[in-house]
Design a binder for this molecule. Structure first.
Ligand code: DAH
Length: 345
């Protein structure tokens, strides 16, 4: 096969053109890819007659060197371009997308998560009833999770709250009761009326009714002459406002180290009026939260004299209440990030 200098001149021309037009990747593919033009020229050397091999080899190798230099330059240019480009990580879309792409996203307006909405509705109800609000922490310590709540080290009831620990001994709170001591100290001296919403965590085998992460709202009320009657009336009032229904209520025995007596608050099912339905498990009643009179040791730990003051506290799961209100049958939907589910609310 003859080698013609013309062919190489053509190649050099194409390279000059492509150098202006193409980006790194397109240029690389077109010239040095498996089927690239330069690759073909390089392979051709086997077929060139021996007496012309040296000249051809010299020419084509010099073109190859130019191509490699062009590639290197292009790579450098692209790297500087991308590293200088500022990206706004808070933008709700990729600012690098083209306009048509963005249009698709602009029509999708964001909205609050159903749980956030329900927490806000509940907190509004409590505010209208005169309660202060303080959000709980998402990382706490042994003192607030257990000791200040009358679970000394080694207390068997610690096992009721199996949560996550960091390597340096901090705790992801298993309930919002972690905030009781702080609330009693910072809103005291009594009268104290405060609600403590927050995210909680438990080491759960998850199923339709259990999640490793959930929201609770704790309530704390302390003053002189406070009784279980005040507790029942307060909890009943806000549940009736929230569920927009008249409820029958009852309390039944439970066990918590931080209350005395300890109660489970039970309401008549707002959907079937005690006739029995799937929401109440056909019993007509729903166990809605733990509550009770604050244990004297918990008051003492926050420098409140239990001989002068008494109080009640409760803690309920916002997820469970939201599920009852909105008719959601699997708690795992709430944190699934499934837009089809979320858009219903
Ligand atoms: N912290 C308890 C739990 O998550 C619920 C609870 C029970 C909170 C009684 C209270 C209370 O404030 O008084 O299981």
């Amino acid at each position: 096969m003859e080698y013609s200098i013309k062919e190489i001149e053509e190649l050099v021309k194409t390279i000059e053109e492509d150098k202006k037009e193409l980006d790194y990747e397109s240029f690389r593919k077109k010239h040095t890819g498996n089927n690239g033009i330069l690759t073909q020229y390089l392979k051709k050397i086997i077929d060139i007659p021996n007496d012309q091999k040296a000249v051809y080899g010299k020419e084509i190798n010099s073109v190859k060197e130019d191509v490699l230099n062009i590639l290197e330059e292009k790579k450098k240019l692209e790297n500087t371009y991308y590293s200088s480009k500022k990206i706004d990580p808070t933008a709700p879309f990729d600012i690098n997308s083209n306009k048509d792409e963005l249009q698709k996203f602009f029509t999708l307006e964001g909205s609050k998560h159903p749980l956030t909405k329900e927490v806000e509705i509940l907190v509004d109800i409590f505010s209208s009833m005169g309660f202060d609000v303080l959000e709980s922490r998402q990382i706490d310590d042994d003192y607030h999770m257990f000791q200040s709540l009358n679970f000394p080290k080694g207390h068997p009831a610690r096992d009721m709250y199996d949560t996550f620990w960091t390597e340096d001994g901090l705790i992801l709170p298993a309930h919002t009761s972690t905030m009781q001591n702080r609330a009693l100290k910072s809103f005291g001296p009594p009268p104290i009326a405060v609600v403590l919403p927050g995210r909680c965590f438990r080491n759960e085998a998850t199923d339709a009714g259990h999640e490793h992460t959930f929201h609770q709202i704790e309530g704390v009320y302390v003053d002189k002459n406070i009784s279980l009657g005040n507790m029942i009336a307060t909890i009943k009032t806000y549940l009736e406002k929230y569920l927009n229904a008249e409820l029958e209520v009852r309390i039944q025995p439970a066990y918590f180290p931080f209350t005395e007596p300890d109660c489970e608050f039970v309401i008549s099912c707002p959907f079937c009026n005690k006739a029995g339905c799937s929401t109440c498990g056909h019993s007509g009643w729903i166990e809605i939260m733990g509550c009770g009179m604050i244990h004297p040791n918990v008051l003492k730990e926050a420098d409140i004299d239990p001989d002068i003051y008494t109080g009640f506290a409760w803690g309920f799961g916002v997820d469970r209440l939201t599920m009852i209100k909105l008719g959601i049958n699997d708690i795992r939907y709430l944190r699934s990030g499934n837009l089809n589910f979320l858009r219903q609310f």
